[in-house]
Design a protein around this ligand. Structure first.
Ligand code: ATP
Length: 315
C-alpha cells in the first residue's frame, strides 16, 4: 500500500486467539483516507483486540494488517508516530497532576510548540482542570486527558476506543465535534462505540462486529435509510384522528397517541407520502422524525442473547 493509497487501514483475515478462545475469527475491512469509520459491537465482540493489533500492542494469531502502508509488527514505531490513540482503559500515574501527565505525553510527541498550544486549546475546550492530581479526577475527567493526548499532535489517523465512554452529554458532543473537525482537516478517524446515535452522527461508514466476526460493513446513511422511520407529531390543540385513513398506506402504523389527542407517534416503512397526506387535514404544530435503520440492523446483529446481557446500546 503506497502513501497515497486510498486505504489507510487494511485488515485481511485477521485472527487473534487467547489460549483456546478466538477473539477475532478472520476479520476483513478497509478504512479509506479521510473517512470517519465507526466500529460497532457489543461487549466482548473484539473491538479493542482489533485496535490493539493495529498498534502492535498485541499480536494477531494470523492474517495481515497494514496501517498507512506499514505492517505494525515490522514497523510499530512508524505506526504509533502517525496515530493518535485513545485506549479503552487509560492507565495513568495517579500521583502526578494533569499538567504533568500532558507534559509527559507532549514530550513523547516531540514536545513541539504546536503540540503544546493544541494541548492547551483542547484542555480548555474540554474544561479539563490541569492543576488537579490524577487521583482526584472523576472517570470522565481522566478520559479527557486521553482525548487531549490522542488529538494534540494532529495525527493523520486517530484510533479511538470508545471515546465518549464516561463523558457527560455535553462533553460527548464536544468530542464528536472534534472528530468532525479533524476530518475536515484531512485526518482519518476510526472509533469503536456502543452508542448508535454518535456513530450515526459522525461516521460515514460503519462495521459491525459480533463474536469476533464482521457481520456488516456499510455506509451509515444506507443503514439508516434501510429500516423504519419513527414520526412524532404534536397538534395545535386536541384532534380526533381517523385511524382508518391509514389503512390505504400499509407501511404506516400508529404506535401511540395520548388520550387528549395532542400527539401521536407513527412508524413508517417506505414512502412518507401517505402519512403526510393524512396529517395534512389536522393542525400540525411540530413533526419530528427519527431514522431507525442503524438501530434495527444493530439489534438484528446483537441478537436476543446479547440484548439481555448488556445494557441498551441506544442512547
Ligand atoms: P467491550 O465493548 O466490552 O470493550 P470489545 O469488543 O472491545 O468489548 P475485546 O476487549 O476485544 O472486546 O475482547 C474480545 C474477547 O476477547 C472478549 O471475550 C474478551 O474476554 C477476550 N479477551 C480480551 N483480552 C483477553 C486476554 N488478554 N485474555 C483472554 N481473553 C481476552
Amino acid at each position: 500500500m503506497s502513501e497515497d493509497s486510498p486505504s489507510i487501514i487494511r485488515v485481511k483475515n485477521l485472527t487473534k486467539s487467547y489460549g483456546g478462545f478466538e477473539a477475532l475469527r478472520g476479520i476483513d475491512f478497509e478504512v479509506q483516507r479521510g473517512e470517519v469509520f465507526g466500529f460497532l459491537g457489543p461487549n466482548g465482540a473484539g473491538k479493542t483486540t482489533a485496535i490493539r493489533c493495529m498498534l502492535d500492542l498485541i499480536r494477531p494469531s494470523s492474517g495481515s494488517l497494514l496501517v498507512a502502508g506499514h505492517d505494525p509488527q515490522r514497523d510499530p514505531v512508524a505506526v504509533r508516530a502517525l496515530c493518535g490513540y485513545l485506549p479503552g482503559e487509560l492507565r495513568l500515574d495517579e500521583n502526578i497532576t494533569v499538567s504533568n501527565a500532558l507534559s509527559f505525553f507532549r514530550q513523547l510527541r516531540g514536545g513541539t510548540t504546536a503540540c503544546h498550544r493544541r494541548a492547551d486549546v483542547l484542555s480548555e475546550r474540554l474544561e479539563l482542570d490541569t492543576t488537579s492530581k490524577i487521583k482526584n479526577l472523576s472517570k470522565g475527567n481522566k478520559q479527557k486527558i486521553g482525548i487531549v493526548s490522542a488529538f494534540m499532535h494532529e495525527p493523520e489517523l486517530l484510533l479511538l476506543d470508545e471515546p465518549t465512554s464516561g463523558l457527560d452529554p455535553l462533553v460527548q458532543k464536544t468530542v464528536m465535534e472534534l472528530v468532525a473537525e479533524v476530518q475536515q482537516e484531512g485526518a482519518t478517524v476510526f472509533f469503536s462505540s456502543h452508542v448508535l446515535s454518535e456513530v450515526q452522527a459522525v461516521a460515514g461508514r460503519v462495521a459491525i462486529i459480533r463474536g469476533g466476526r464482521i457481520v456488516e460493513v456499510s455506509e451509515t446513511s444506507e443503514l439508516s435509510a434501510r429500516g423504519t422511520v419513527e414520526v412524532r407529531v404534536c397538534f395545535d390543540g386536541p384532534v380526533v384522528f381517523e385511524k382508518d385513513q391509514l389503512a390505504a398506506f400499509p407501511g404506516v402504523k400508529l404506535i401511540t397517541s395520548d388520550l387528549a389527542g395532542r400527539f401521536m407517534e407513527f412508524s413508517v416503512r417506505g414512502s412518507m407520502d401517505g402519512l403526510v397526506k393524512c396529517l395534512a387535514a389536522y393542525p400540525v404544530a411540530t413533526l419530528e422524525t427519527r431514522q431507525c435503520g442503524l438501530e434495527e440492523v444493530f439489534h438484528a446483529h446483537y441478537g436476543k442473547e446479547q440484548e439481555k446481557a448488556t445494557n441498551s446500546p441506544f442512547q
